[in-house]
Design a binder for this molecule. Structure first.
Ligand SMILES: [Zn+2]
Ligand SMILES: [Zn+2]
Length: 252
């Protein structure tokens, strides 16, 4: 399903001239008193209409990988055929227009207050029982190079309010990304798994043995990044992995 981009965002993003200006214009909607997607007067990121339309529980998702499904409460074909290393995933929205513009504003426009808004939306889609047994929360780490380039890890910014809300310790340097892998979306499918192999190194095995760990990322595209991280944690004795992402790339 292809959704159209709301007119005022399309204008800002595609005709404003500079990307920076577009992000700034979007940010005034995001953090002001109007809905970021439709422009309607509203305190907070999204009005209730856009929340219903673009987020949350209106879409059935695979319990394992959170990909949008036609039927509720089942695993997708891919997860049934090849169960991933993680046990469950939750997503707020599809990574598609118009909500993908919000992710880009956070990541490339450094609109950090969006991270807290994403966390709020996540709290609404994650049932408390799904994280009740969790003992640790961590963001998917960026490589040192990418961290230096961006100055912040958007996933960590989303994880902070979640850790506070659920009173979970937020791990910061438990796992490091040892290789600056190519962005998954730029690679052909066959190369993606190989691209992620050996991407993460666990620093403290004693922190993960027997634990239920919550992983946070802004976007889950192919799932290979979270798979590589979850596989590293499971290999080292983690008992359960739950992924929380703001946006999930839909099946093509
Ligand atoms: Zn709206
Ligand atoms: Zn699945």
């Amino acid at each position: 399903m292809r959704r159209s981009v709301p007119q005022h965002i399309a204008m800002n993003f595609f005709t404003a001239g500079s990307t920076f200006k577009a992000f700034k214009t979007l940010a005034t909607h995001l953090l002001g008193s109007s809905c970021a997607l439709c422009g309607k007067h509203h305190a907070g990121l999204l009005c209730s209409g856009c929340r219903t339309r673009y987020t949350a529980n209106s879409v059935a998702r695979c319990r394992r990988c959170a990909i949008a499904l036609h039927a509720a409460h089942s695993d997708c074909g891919a997860c049934t055929a090849h169960p991933p290393s993680f046990d469950a995933s939750f997503a707020v929205t599809d990574y598609a227009a118009p909500t993908d513009a919000l992710v880009q504003a956070l990541k490339f426009g450094a609109q950090l207050p969006l991270a807290a808004a994403f966390a709020d939306l996540l709290m609404n889609v994650v049932p408390s029982k799904a994280v009740a047994s969790a003992s640790l929360i961590m963001a998917v780490p960026l490589s040192t190079e990418r961290m230096a380039e961006r100055g912040f890890n958007q996933a960590h910014e989303i994880a902070k309010p979640l850790a506070r809300q659920w009173q979970l310790p937020l791990a910061t340097e438990l796992c490091v990304r040892v290789r600056n892998t190519e962005p998954q979306s730029s690679l052909p499918l066959a190369q993606r798994r190989g691209n992620m192999r050996g991407a993460f190194t666990l620093m403290r095995r004693d922190r993960v043995v027997g634990q239920h760990i919550v992983l946070v990322d802004d976007v889950m595209t192919t799932g290979e990044t979270l798979e590589a991280l979850a596989a590293t944690l499971k290999r080292n004795g983690a008992a359960r992995i739950t992924n929380l992402v703001f946006a999930r790339t839909p099946a093509r």
